[in-house]
Design a protein around this ligand. Structure first.
Ligand code: FA5
Length: 345
């Protein structure tokens, strides 16, 4: 250490503190020693602050001497601190009793998403009626999504505003599950009873429309199929889903791939068909589109429409879930807010 003519107490202070550090037997005592010499009001810190009062030529040597002591103390504090920490840990591991009896903290249980839940219920109902499950690609061609389903070239559904096209311009994200009808009919011979659950995409977004949503397509091809078979199947379906008192109503509509076509309403399950905000006081709610498969579609799929006929329907899974749980904004289903989803656990 440099000579300290101006501060004869520095060396004794260093030695006294080093001895105290060595003698410390716990971290709290060590911390007190650190504060007493290196803290804001510590003895060594005080000396550093006082440096300015020394004559300019004495300052470098005095400063260097104080910093040397400071470094020595810091090093000793760190070393002693580490060994005390290890010793305290060893003591805790061997000595401190560990109570294994308190009950554990549970993790909140997850639950199926309401859309997945309803989807599964729909699949269960239709498979119990004898429908087989088929799947089709979500990235489709214009041919399967539109042409084979009898859409005229200038049909508005092809418009860029409704359909998401893949960058190559030749493929698109399917706008409905109806192309699975075509895949299934080209692959297999009638009689056929198929449902096709899956994700579909449309450039559409508001409280009842989502750009990605789910449909379940259903269709049946056989001899002598009538609109009565369609109505009976749908009636059975809604009664299984919403209860025996539920009624359906078919309203004339238009789809290029069915003739005749219908929009199907169900008696409002929220108000018991008395009229409420959700059914706009009508007592009825639209849940699906349906109809008799157009002979042009059967012909395009190499099925003779003189021999075979069929019905088809396509329902919106989110809409059915919204009705079932009284949800008034489709977007809630996709925000993944645990406060919302937790209600279905
Ligand atoms: C169709 O998609 C036809 N492919 C259905 C069909 C199949 C008709 C077979 C005849 C025979 P539509 O565009 O109406 O039809 O859609 C069917 C259902 O999907 C609607 O009743 C609605 O419940 C739901 N839906 C439609 N657009 C959206 C959307 N953006 N978000 C959520 N659900 C929607």
């Amino acid at each position: 250490m440099t000579d300290q003519p101006h501060d004869p107490e520095l060396v004794p202070l260093r030695d006294k503190t080093l001895a105290a550090i060595t003698a410390a037997t716990d971290s709290d005592t060590l911390e007190q020693i650190r504060v007493s010499c290196l803290g804001k009001k510590g003895s060594l810190t005080g000396r550093l602050k006082e440096l300015g009062k020394l004559p300019a030529e004495a300052r470098p040597a005095a400063g260097a001497a104080i910093n040397e002591v400071k470094d020595a103390l810091e090093e000793a504090l760190a070393a002693r601190g580490e060994s005390l920490k290890q010793a305290e840990l060893a003591l805790r591991l061997t000595g401190e009793p560990f109570d294994i009896t308190p009950p554990g903290r549970g993790f909140p249980a997850g639950a199926p998403h309401p859309v997945a839940d309803v989807m599964e219920e729909l699949i269960d109902i239709f498979t119990s009626l004898g429908f087989a499950v088929e799947e089709g690609p979500e990235v489709e061609t214009d041919r399967y999504n539109f042409q084979m389903l009898n859409f005229p070239d200038d049909h508005p559904a092809r418009d860029m505003q409704d359909t998401f096209y893949v960058q190559d311009g030749r493929r698109l994200l399917r706008t409905h599950t109806s192309p699975v009808q075509v895949h299934a009919m080209l692959k297999r011979k009638p009689p056929l009873a198929v449902i096709a659950p899956g994700r579909v995409y449309r450039c559409d977004s508001d409280v009842t429309h989502s750009p990605v949503f789910h449909q379940v397509e259903g269709f049946l091809v056989d001899r002598r199929v009538t609109m009565g078979h369609l109505k009976a199947t749908l009636e059975l379906f809604v009664q299984r889903l919403y209860g025996r008192q539920t009624k359906i109503r078919l309203r004339p509509s238009f789809f290029p791939f069915t003739e005749p076509s219908a929009e199907v309403d169900v008696s409002c399950v929220l108000c018991g068909a008395k009229g409420c905000r959700v059914c706009k006081q009508t007592g009825w709610l639209e849940i699906l589109g349906a109809g008799m498969i157009d002979p042009n579609v059967l012909t395009a799929c190499e099925i003779d429409p003189e021999v075979w006929g069929g019905f088809a329907f396509g329902l919106g899974v989110e809409r059915i879930a919204m009705l079932k749980y009284g949800i008034d904004d489709i977007r809630l289903l996709y925000e993944n807010d645990p406060r919302f989803l937790g209600q279905f656990a």
